[in-house]
Each structure stands twice: as structure tokens, then as C-alpha cells.
Write a protein that binds this ligand. Structure first.
Ligand code: SAM
Ligand code: DTB
Ligand code: SF4
Length: 328
């Protein structure tokens, strides 16, 4: 239920110009506004831990310039792997749960889902993850309406399918499918009653206007996507974007704050690229509205933050232990 105070913030008619203006506010004003919106919609102590696993790695026929799993980039050093066994996936899900994960996300390097043994295995994994009491999310590429329904029937919580960037910048990054293809899959996800997990990547050479344009499209969905991963490019040697510099932490903070303001009820996930941020920069992202992270030492194929470092991050967020001296 929407609280009357929240109503005016839940808009689907944001313009790209308005979002650029928000993004470019003086930093402290931007963070203050994002934090105000965050507190109006969320308990700020609730930071979701999502665990991520690649269940089928590499050899993907798509040409996505950022992605180490594309078969187009032969110089990338990657250990390819076929579909994992369901039992092995569920053992890792149980471990993630024991370590405190709330959601288990599984990714496959597929262009699209094909009916058959691979998809049936995913359905079994989804059922198993849900039986452990975890939220389940998968990202499998393009999907038909009936496949979305079968995922829903297996108990899937959310489907991840990113817009990645603006429609204008998209063709410079992905050449083997269109923006409209992405939107069609998102419509199938919504029609099946699945939650929509949809965000993008910053730091691929796009302008602030492209970032704002992507947020404008996400905000036009009614209801808004339930979760919005904001990734910073992880440059991987051998991909066309492998030589790009990692983004400035403040760019990450600005994008998260803008996402929080225009998508106030969504879970905004501080996603790939977090490992280049120090603890304080990550906390600044949370002040600016991030309320989910990927927890676990690897993302799909690239390193994430070590678990002990995340445990220290969460310890820093919690109240100091009773009796512990602030000077020790
Ligand atoms: N093949 C499916 C698809 O593309 O929808 C699912 C897996 S794909 C690896 C999931 C998402 O990971 C991509 O949409 C992209 O946003 C993100 N991603 C891939 N490589 C990345 C990188 N090097 N840095 C940041 N994000 C990346
Ligand atoms: C998302 O937005 N980020 C995750 C998840 N959805 C599937 C993937 C990040 C991948 C980073 C590169 C890699 O590890 O291969
Ligand atoms: Fe394939 Fe997804 Fe990587 Fe594109 S982003 S190459 S579709 S795994």
C-alpha cells in the first residue's frame, strides 16, 4: 500500500531532462534528496544480500562489448563451463543461505532460452532454491511468454534482464539484438507476474544523458521494476571495452542517487564494479539509496568483494557493540 506521503514521488512521467538535472545537482544536495526519498520508502537498515552464480559459463553467441562470456572475443581468458548439475547449484545456494544471503541469482550465458533439458534443469534449480527459503532470480537472456510462465510456476521470484544503457547508445555496445528485443522480454516477464530486475552498466563511454535516458525508460514502467542493478563496467582484457578506465566512485554515487529518486520503491543494487570502491565509498552509495549488494567472492566470472570484507562492511553499519570503547 502506498502511503499518502509517498504518492507524489512515484512518478512514471519523468523526462530525461529532469533526470539529468537531478543527476547533476550539487553532490551534497543530491545525496540529501536521495536519502530523504530512501527513508520515506525503506528501512535503511535493510540491505539485501544477493548471491550470484554462473550456472552456464561462456560461449555465448551474442556480441555484447562489455561481456567476457561472448564467443566473439577469443582473446578473453575464461574457463568455459556447460550447465552445472542441479545438486551442485543447490549445495552452493544452501551455503549462501548459511552465510546470510536473502536472494540467490543464477545466470546463464545464453542469447535466449530454448525449451529442453537445459531449461528443465533451471526450473528444478528454481524450485530447489525456493525450497531453501531463498528468493530466486535468474538471468537467461531472451524469453518467450510461455517460458516466463513456466518460471513463475516453478516459484521464481524475479527475472533479471538489463537494459544496460540508453536506446541511443545501445547499438554501439550490442550488435546482435535490439533494444526492442530487450523490452519484449521484459513485457513477457511482467505478463507472467514475475518481479522485474532491470538496470544497466555505467562507464562504457556513455554520456550522463544516456544514463538518465535509461532511468527514464525504467521509470516509465508501471509498476516500476522491483529491483534495479546498477553495475559499473568491469573491464575485462580481450573484450572491446577491456582497456577502459574504471569509473570514479562519485559517478557511481550520482547514478545510484538518481535511480533512488526516480525509482523510490525499488531495491537499488550496488552491483558489479563494487570491488574498486573502498568501504566509505560503498557506505556513501548506501546513504544515496543503494539497499542491496551482490554478496560472494565472484560475480558471474569476475572477482567481487571478499566475504570477510563485506562482513566488515555490515559490521560498520551496525551499532557499535555495547561496552566497546570508541577509542579502541
Ligand atoms: N545472457 C544473459 C543476458 O545478457 O541477459 C544473462 C547474463 S549477462 C552476463 C547479465 C548482465 O551482466 C548483462 O546484462 C550486463 O548488464 C552485466 N554484465 C556483463 N558483463 C559485465 C561487465 N563486464 N561489467 C559489468 N556488468 C556486466
Ligand atoms: C547484473 O545486473 N549484474 C550481474 C547480474 N545482473 C547477473 C552480473 C554482473 C556480471 C559482471 C561480469 C562477470 O562477472 O562476468
Ligand atoms: Fe551473452 Fe549475456 Fe554476455 Fe551478452 S551479456 S554476451 S547475452 S552472456
Amino acid at each position: 500500500m502506498t502511503h499518502p506521503e509517498q504518492g507524489p514521488f512515484l512518478r512514471h512521467d519523468w523526462t530525461t531532462d529532469e533526470i539529468v538535472a537531478i543527476h547533476d545537482l550539487p553532490l551534497l544536495d543530491l545525496i540529501a534528496e536521495a536519502n530523504r526519498v530512501h527513508r520515506l520508502f525503506h528501512d535503511v537498515s535493510d540491505v539485501q544480500k544477493a548471491s550470484l552464480l554462473s550456472i552456464k559459463t561462456g560461449g555465448c553467441p551474442e556480441d555484447c562489448a562489455y561481456c567476457p562470456q561472448s564467443a566473439h572475443y577469443r582473446e578473453v581468458r575464461l574457463d568455459k563451463a556447460g550447465m552445472m548439475e542441479t545438486e551442485a547449484v543447490l549445495a552452493l545456494a544452501a551455503r549462501a543461505k548459511a552465510l546470510g544471503a536473502d536472494r540467490f541469482c543464477m545466470g546463464a550465458a545464453w542469447r535466449n532460452v530454448r525449451d529442453g533439458a537445459g531449461f528443465d534443469a533451471v526450473l528444478a534449480m528454481v524450485r530447489g532454491v525456493r525450497a531453501l527459503g531463498l528468493e530466486a532470480c535468474v538471468t537467461l537472456g531472451m524469453l518467450t511468454a510461455s517460458q516466463a510462465e513456466r518460471l513463475k510456476g516453478a516459484g521464481l521470484t524475479a527475472y533479471n534482464h538489463n537494459l544496460d544503457t540508453s536506446p541511443e547508445f545501445y547499438p554501439t555496445i550490442v550488435t546482435t539484438r535490439t533494444y526492442e528485443d530487450r523490452l519484449a522480454t521484459l513485457r513477457a516477464v511482467r505478463a507472467a507476474g514475475l518481479q522485474m530486475c532491470c538496470g544497466g552498466i555505467i562507464g562504457m563511454g556513455e554520456a550522463v544523458r544516456d544514463r538518465a535516458s535509461m532511468l527514464q525508460i525504467l521509470a516509465a514502467f508501471d509498476p516500476h521494476p522491483e529491483s534495479v542493478p546498477i553495475n559499473a563496467l568491469v573491464p575485462v582484457a580481450g573484450t572491446p571495452l577491456g582497456q577502459r578506465k574504471t569509473i570514479d566512485a562519485i559517478d557511481f554515487v550520482r547514478m545510484i542517487a538518481a535511480a533512488r529518486i526516480v525509482l523510490p520503491a525499488a531495491r537499488v543494487r550496488l552491483s558489479a564494479g563494487r570491488s574498486v570502491l573502498n568501504r566509505e565509498a560503498q557506505i556513501l552509495c548506501m546513504v544515496a539509496g543503494a539497499n542491496s549488494i551482490f554478496y560472494g567472492e565472484t560475480l558471474l566470472t569476475t572477482p567481487n568483494v571478499a566475504e570477510y570484507e563485506d562482513d566488515a562492511l555490515f559490521a560498520a553499519l551496525a551499532p557499535p557493540r555495547a561496552g566497546k570503547s570508541v577509542h579502541s
